[in-house]
Structures are given as C-alpha cells and as structure tokens.
Design a binder for this molecule. Structure first.
Ligand code: 16G
Ligand code: MG
Length: 545
C-alpha cells in the first residue's frame, strides 16, 4: 500500500471537516455536494473488500428514490448481497476519518479484517442518471486506482443490474453473462418462453404503462423491450426528458401518497406500474370505472407470486418448502390472506432488504417483498437443480408446471429485488392465469393505514424488538401504544427509528381510514411526549397529507 500516494490523492477529495456520516440500510446518502470524499474512500474500501473476499465487488452510485440533488453509494458483496455488517462499520469509520487519520484507519481495517494486500482486486461500478453521478463515479475510480485495483465501469445501470453483474462474475458466468446484453437476454428469454404457453390459444396481447420516475429504468427498458416484445408491449412515461427525477412520480411517490404519478395518462382499468429512481422497486395501480385509484403494493405482488408458485408446486407434487417474508409494514390483510387462505407460512423481519433476503434464503423457495415494492423470489441451489431436472423428466401437465417454475427461476433476479424482473414475473403470471388487474386487486382488501413521521432529539432512544413490532425503550412507550391500539377495531401500530432519515416512523392500521389516521396521530403524540419530540407537536392528519 503506497501510503504517500493515498494521502496525496485523498487531499484531492478532501473531507469537509466535522462531517459525520453513517453507512445505513441504503449505504451513504445525502446531498451530492458532500459526497466526493465518501466516493473516493468507498473506492479504497471496495478494493480491500475485494482482496479479502478474493472476489469481484460492486460499487453503485445512486440515491434511489431521493430527490435529484441527493446522491449515495453502496457496496455490493460477492454474491450480489448487501455489504456484510462488519464492513458497514469499516465503511463508516473510513468515511468519517479526518484527513490525517486516514492511513491509520485503513491499516486498522486491513488488520481487523485480515486483508491480504498482495491479493488482486476487481471492482465493477454502476451509476444512476443523476447529474452528479458521473463525477462521483470518477471519484470512486480514483480510490480504486490509487490502491492498485482493477475495475470495469458499466456506466448507467439500474441497481439490480449491478448486483446481477457482480453475481455473474463471481460464479464464472454460470448465473448469466456479465453484460447488459446478457441481462436483457437472460430475462427476456425466460419471459418469452413462459408467456408462450399463455398465448398459444388466442391473440391476447399484454400491454402495460410504466412510470420510470425520470430515472435509469427508462433507458434500460427502452433498450430491453425489443427483446421481449413478443410477450409484452410496454409504454414508457416519465422517461427523463422533461420531468425531474422522482419528482411527483415513481414508486415511492405513488406508494406514500397513494395517488397516480404526474405525467402518465391513465384510462380506466388500464394496468400501470411505477419504478423508483434506480429501478429496484415496483408498485402497480389502476383507476376503476368510477375514477377511484387502486394501489397494488409489494404485499399484493408477493401474494400473486407466491400463490402461483404454490399452485405449480402442487401440480408437480414435489415437497419443496415455500415461505413468504414481509416486514412490520405489510398490510394485516395480506398476512391474513397468505396464512389463512393460501396456507403459506409468513415470516416478519426488520425493515431493509438485507434482512428479508437473508430470511428468504432459508427456504427452498423464498418470496420476499417490502410493502414499498422492493423484493424478489429466491430459489435455493438444490431447489433449482431439482426443478430443472423435473422439467426434463416429468410427463405432460407436471412437466409443463416444472418448466414454468424453471422459467421463473431464470426470470427472477436472485441477487436483488429488481423492478424490471419483477414486472416480467408479474406480467407472465397475469397472462398465464388470465387475470385482469382488478381480479388481482380483489384477492383481498387492504386495511386502511397511515404512516407518519415524528421529529425527536435523538431517534436512537427508540429501541425495538420482535422485528420492529415492539418498542423496548423509552420506558412506557409500548404500553402507551398498546392502550391506544385497544381503542380501535382491527388495529395495529408500531414505531421505529428510520434508517435513512432523521425521524421516527409511525405506522397504524385499523378498520377505517379515520381510525387509522386517528390512531397514527395518537401514537405520534405518544412518541413526541415519551421519546423527546422536538419542534411543533404532531398535528392531526389532514386530507392532503
Ligand atoms: C432503504 C432500504 C429499503 C427500506 C428503506 C426504509 C435497501 C436496499 N433499501 O431504502 O429496503 O424499506 O430503506 O427506510 O435496503 P427507512 O428506514 O427510512 O424507513
Ligand atoms: Mg431504489
């Protein structure tokens, strides 16, 4: 390690003194202008992680659904997973080291993590469409280069595409070809094969409107749609030529405001979906003939997919276990439907994809989705081999079911939740089952719910347990929540410190929207009072929240 050279280059990416950041659920995220030093240092860290794991590591420059002015960076571990927790700590230490302590911190990480500096390092880089991303990606490259790492810069990619590239490279191409073309081909081939079975009888043609949040999803889908046009026609909106990234559009906007994005023409009963700014989330929606807007979120996506998988498993008669993983935000109706009607086991983890992904890996087939639309289907290696074998061996109907499952394996991004891959899985299932969006929506009715934020002096005073469903501290808060919940029917509420914003999040659901709003408000007041609220006291929920 040439420490002098590191210092010299580091000075060109100087850290604003006093700035403290934390590697959170979504990596580092903040105003783009403060991130140059973080990018350079994450380039350094990626090299160390690559040397330690003797694998290719990914670096993604994006701030997902945040406003255009923000940016961020996350590292992707060898099998496409999120960075290991001990390395999140190293990332935080390195990002916060003052200039003169950089060398010491670097040496410390090498020692603690037993990094063999002689080992070669290879990094792949991707970035979203933010105007700040290209320059920030260059700072990552500076960091990689000064530590002697090799790299490949993919340029503009969705976050899940970068995860895919990392996974492909570390499995010697077995998972797929580590190129954008390879990604298009792998998914599209599986999709076209899967949907062929649906269209053999007639001339129905699937068409879908996609709100691309003015982000990278637009560029990728525009290129990719030619590959799957036999099975699906997509019409793209918010492609970035006029509007601002994530502004009044995109999956996060649609989910949290429960209304359609701007810039999309919606006719009644037309199937529509929204991606977020880096295309790792997707939600569906439509307007009914009375003009009412209906949101189909991650919970209903998980329900559609897992119901279909369960049918196929019954058909082939194999005893492969299927589980659904959700978070505390999952609508109570979805959990009840999955457990009681579908008889599928459901598990709850903490918020953040890495927790869900990890839990889903415990099953032969694990379907995980956050209500916000982030998720995928995971197949264990053993299940994949078994299914692909059965697709060759079985006869007739059973064989058809096994083949469909095999196609779904190839179509699902096993490395990360992926809006493009999810969209194709959903579209294929709707076509195969001949379901309209209204029929899908009618599987169950969401309980009315409300999410609020409360500002407190230090959100870490709230500690939770039971997958964030119970607050352990501050004293008395959980008891207060329990008492409030008792006042309403079919009600549930929880609070948790956000991992991405300096706020406490409050979630409540109940039998009516008024009750959900009122419960959420009362719980917010309890948080304000018992957890050190700052600023104005929480106000009752108003119409236009
Ligand atoms: C991040 C997470 C997302 C989670 C959200 C919660 C990843 C890749 N993304 O965006 O899964 O739902 O944070 O945000 O893990 P919050 O902690 O601010 O509520
Ligand atoms: Mg995202």
């Amino acid at each position: 390690m040439d420490l002098d050279s590191i210092s010299k280059h580091s000075a060109l990416h100087a850290k604003p003194s006093g700035l403290i950041l934390q590697y959170g659920t979504a990596g580092f995220r903040m105003k783009a202008e403060h991130l140059d030093h973080v990018m350079f240092r994450m380039g350094l860290l990626a090299v160390l992680r690559s040397k330690q794991t003797k694998s290719t590591i990914g670096v993604m420059v994006t701030a997902s659904h945040n406003p255009e002015e923000d940016n961020g960076v996350k590292l992707v571990d060898p099998l496409g997973e999120m960075l290991a927790p001990s390395w999140e700590e190293h990332a935080t230490c390195l990002a916060n080291a003052e200039e003169q302590n950089m060398q010491k911190v670097l040496m410390n990480i090498c020692k603690k993590a037993a990094v063999d500096l002689q080992q070669a390092a290879f990094i792949v880089i991707g970035r979203d469409t933010r105007s700040s991303s290209e320059k920030l990606a260059q700072s990552v490259i500076d960091g990689i280069t000064v530590l002697g790492g090799q790299f490949h810069d993919y340029g503009l990619l969705t976050t899940p595409q970068l995860h895919y590239m990392v996974y492909c490279r570390n499995t010697n191409g077995q998972y797929g070809k580590a190129t954008v073309e390879g990604y298009y081909q792998k998914l599209s081939k599986a999709f076209v094969e899967l949907t062929k079975q649906a269209f053999s009888s007639g001339d129905e043609y699937q068409s879908l409107k996609v709100d691309c949040a003015n982000g990278i999803g637009a560029l990728q889908l525009r290129e990719m749609r030619g590959y799957f046009s036999q099975g699906l026609s997509v019409q793209l909106f918010n492609v970035g030529t006029k509007g601002k990234l994530n502004h009044l559009c995109g999956a996060d906007f649609v989910k949290s405001h429960q209304k359609p994005p701007q810039g999309m023409e919606m006719k009644s009963n037309e199937r529509c979906c929204s991606f977020d700014g880096d295309a790792d989330r997707i939600v569906y929606y439509y307007r009914d003939t009375d003009g009412h807007f209906h949101l189909i979120d991650g919970d209903k996506i998980a329900t559609l997919i897992s119901s279909f998988l369960k049918e196929l498993l019954l058909e082939i008669g194999e005893n492969l276990n299927l589980g659904v993983v959700q978070t505390a935000y999952a609508n109570g109706s979805s959990t009840r439907y999955l457990e009681e009607v579908m008889k599928v086991p459901v598990y709850c983890t903490k918020t953040g994809v890495k927790h869900l992904h990890h839990k889903a890996q415990e099953f032969d087939i694990g379907v995980y989705f956050e209500a916000n639309g982030h998720g995928t289907v995971l197949f264990s290696k053993a299940a994949e081999m078994k299914i692909k074998q059965l697709a060759k061996e079985l006869e007739d109907k059973k064989r058809k079911a096994a083949k469909m499952l095999a196609n779904i394996i190839d179509l699902s991004n096993q490395a990360a939740g992926d809006a493009i891959s999810d969209m194709l899985v959903i579209e294929a299932i709707l076509a195969l089952k001949g379901l309209t969006i209204q029929q899908w929506d009618a599987l169950y009715t969401d309980l009315p719910n409300r999410q609020l934020k409360v500002k407190v002096a230090d959100r870490q005073v709230i500690c939770t347990t039971d997958a964030e469903r119970q607050a352990v501290t501050p004293p008395g808060l959980q008891e207060a929540i329990n008492d409030l919940v008792k006042k309403y029917k079919l009600s549930r509420a929880f609070v948790r410190p956000s991992g991405t914003e300096d706020v406490v999040r409050v979630y409540a659901e109940a039998d009516s929207q008024e009750s959900a709003d009122s419960l959420a408000h009362e719980v917010s007041c309890a948080v304000y009072q018992l957890a050190g609220g700052v600023g104005e006291k929480p106000q009752p929920v108003s119409e236009d929240i």
